[in-house]
Design a protein around this ligand. Structure first.
Ligand SMILES: [Zn+2]
Length: 83
């Protein structure tokens, strides 16, 4: 098993997501960690994935893997909601 580090300088955390810039559509896509390193893609840890922001005018697409990072409290609340 091999893991890749976050691509941000001076960051030693394990990458959990891959950010890919689609220049043609001015779109930044944040998705599950890519197994293949592609041009214009950057591996990000949870912290940097959360903080990422696209250039002005760009659309940001966040896939499920990233949304789960901050969903822990929501899940716990849903359990109590039905009781
Ligand atoms: Zn990082």
């Amino acid at each position: 098993m091999s893991t890749r580090p976050c691509s941000r300088a001076a960051c030693q955390r394990e990458a959990i997501a891959t950010l890919t810039y689609d220049y043609a559509d001015s779109m930044a896509v944040l998705g599950p960690l890519s197994l293949v390193h592609e041009p214009h893609s950057y591996d990000l840890c949870a912290v940097h994935a959360e903080r990422m922001s696209a250039p002005k005018g760009w659309q940001v697409v966040r896939h499920q893997v990233v949304g789960e990072l901050g969903a822990g409290g929501v899940g716990a609340g849903e359990i109590g909601f039905g009781a």
